[in-house]
Design a protein around this ligand. Sequence first.
Ligand code: GLP
Length: 262
Amino acid sequence: MEVIIRPDADQAAALTARLIAQEVRLRPNAVLGLATGRTMERVYNHLVRLHQTEGLSFRECRTFNLDEYIGLPPEHSGSFAYYMRRHFFSRVDLRPENAHLPNGLAADLPAECARYEALIRQSGGVDLQLLGIGPDGHIGFNEPLSALRSRTREKALTSSTRQANADAFGGDFQQVPCRAITMGVGTILEAKRCILLATGERKAAIVAQAVEGPITAMVSASALQLHPRCVVIVDEAAAAGLDGADYYRWLFEHEPEWEAFR
Ligand code: GLP
């Protein structure tokens, strides 16, 4: 795992977008794993800008989102399908048929989860997985105690997660669905590369646990310590609890790998 600390949320998101752009330029038919949440809005804005000003094209890409609420139609403004159309899909040249989310309205949910896993496999697997982190350490919707080898499945959401995501439901957490389909921790770990982005002081404590704490099913994001190619990008506020911050800053300034991104 590598940790990169950027001065503020916008620069952290800009670096994330540049790493995604690098992947897409290198591999125009890249399979991208995508995430939702407020943190990611800046990343999508940067990617749209790169599309408009530098001709970054997603025409041959395929995308798989991490998760979707159960019971919401894709037209519902709280659904992740709606979020993705609004912030990314409608603003770039990605083909609609290549953009995948779990179907939270499927009559047979276990079959839908198996179909989603199979589709990811058939596409050759995720090349680059974008991740946020929930206040309880979830990645996707892998709430505490999610098995570290879990696969795409239904998951009940904690009330803290429903509260954290209430903004998209008019601020009323009772309106946030109780269940979701999410890629499993094991599914996520199979991506060839992972980028976790976290910004703001409210993420500082959980970022420190995920990055420097023990690997534990209580903090799903800590499983990323097992991943051979995982970069955690944080702003200074979210880095506040990291013991190794000086070392991480030094590495970013000196490792040749990051020269083009400084
Ligand atoms: C939701 C998503 C997660 C995301 C999290 C963080 O819970 N399922 O994938 O990481 O939101 O959201 P925010 O960026 O709004 O803090």
